[in-house]
Design a binder for this molecule. Structure first.
Ligand code: DI6
Ligand code: FE
Length: 402
């Protein structure tokens, strides 16, 4: 089956960031065979089907490379306390925060997790998202972590989306291990990782003064890599305890948050080829003041991604478009940086860059079409979604009147 997508303005987000003002894409069986100016279409083609895009902008399907989308319940009462002045870290120290969602998630069945999480996924998909990373980390016991990962893969099977899962057992210290963080990391490394090897695509951890130390994350990463699992890290969100350096040393796919990262951290990430994932919704919701060192990332050539961080504590909601807007307004990213941050660089953060994240030959035909005049409108609208069509592996999976 050969499909011609024609009369589109195409932002390929490929290595050269090529743009075609009157472009076309040839897709065979869900895979891009050719992209270019329509005037240069290979001669003598006989596509089985042609889709007329009437001058609409076409981008790669968006990739949300950092979410905690599977969880039970909500934490609106905590939000009220935080807006009244109590800090996120203080609530966490009292046993609220992440641990409050752990209690709700442990009590939920797999079906309940799927049904509670589905609307959040559906909301992302309506924004042109075709690939989503989903973490565990609200189970913190083997069976509950497995249940979260299974719920994530079930959502993937039931929706037109690629899901990449990360085991985030090292998100918070479970109450059963209070005061025994080293022991917990040891159990996760020695027992859980081998058992869950096939249930996840990567291993993540939360490296903060209120969570796990750089040494603990380093030991976990050593165990993960010995099993052939790639790693990523939450680091330098609220403090700097050396997370970026550990992530870089282990060749992490990504290092995420990074508000407290230093110039030396940026240099280390650049050398390791690690993607820096910006999570401005969490920065906004927690009313943080310290900005990530964007200028240092640029100077050292660290690839930047942008993600929603969808979670019930620091980023309630499920909008990558809002994260893009905030990355521009709050962090000063350019519209080009933001677009690459949710396409090519986000694919790289998931280790999927050879197949997704660009409109390029050999890539899966994941596209989003937009009712916009200019690419600058991506990350410009707040609370408004200009996505008019979503294409997953060559099939139109969503059309919206906009
Ligand atoms: N960083 C975050 O932003 C989320 N987890 C993390 O490690 C917050 C998770 C939560 O508050 O439930
Ligand atoms: Fe997170």
């Amino acid at each position: 089956m050969l499909t011609l997508w024609r009369n589109a303005r195409i932002a390929t987000c490929d290595e050269q960031s090529r743009v075609f003002e009157r472009g076309a894409v040839l897709v065979r069986d869900g895979v891009i065979e050719w992209v270019g100016a329509e005037a240069e279409l290979p001669a003598g083609l006989r596509p089985d089907r042609a889709v007329e895009l009437a001058g609409r902008w076409l981008t790669p399907g968006l990739i949300d490379c950092h979410t905690h989308l599977v969880f039970a319940g909500q934490r609106a009462t905590e939000f009220a306390r935080r807006t009244a002045g109590t800090s996120y870290a203080d609530i966490a120290r009292e046993g609220g925060g992440i641990l409050s969602t752990v209690r709700a998630t442990r009590a939920a069945t797999e079906d309940e997790l799927v049904e509670q999480s589905r609307p959040r996924l559906v909301s992302l998909l309506a924004e042109g998202v075709t690939t989503v990373e989903i973490k565990s980390g609200y189970g913190l016991e083997l069976e509950s972590e497995v249940r979260m990962l299974r719920a994530a893969r079930r959502l993937a099977a039931e929706h037109p989306v690629t899901v990449s899962t990360s085991l985030l057992a090292a998100h918070a210290l479970p109450p059963e291990f209070a005061g025994r963080a080293d022991e917990y990391i040891e159990v996760v490394s020695r027992e859980w990782l081998p058992a869950l090897r096939a249930s996840c695509d990567a291993v993540d951890a939360y490296c903060e003064d209120i969570a796990f130390s750089a040494a603990q994350c380093g030991r976990l990463f050593g165990a993960a890599r010995a099993l052939g699992l790639p790693v990523r890290l939450h680091a330098e969100q609220l403090s700097n305890v050396g997370g970026s350096q550990v992530a870089a040393r282990h060749g992490a796919f990504s290092c995420d948050h990074l508000e407290y990262a230093t110039d030396a951290d940026a240099a280390a990430l650049a050398r390791a080829g690690t993607v820096a994932v910006m999570l401005p919704v969490a920065f906004y919701v927690l009313a943080e003041q310290r900005l990530p060192p964007i200028e240092a990332f640029r100077r050292h050539g660290v690839p930047l991604a942008v993600a929603s961080d969808c979670n019930p504590g620091s980023a309630p909601g499920a909008s990558l478009l809002l994260a893009m807007n905030m990355a521009r307004r709050l962090f000063g990213l350019t519209s080009e940086e933001v677009l690459l941050g949710v396409t090519r660089h986000a694919a790289r953060a998931l280790g999927l860059a050879s197949r997704r994240g660009s409109v390029a030959a050999g890539h899966a035909a994941d596209f989003a079409a937009w009712s916009i005049d200019s690419l600058d409108e991506l990350g410009y609208w707040t609370g408004f979604n200009p996505c008019s069509m979503v294409v997953k592996d060559g099939s139109i999976v969503l059309e919206r009147n906009v």
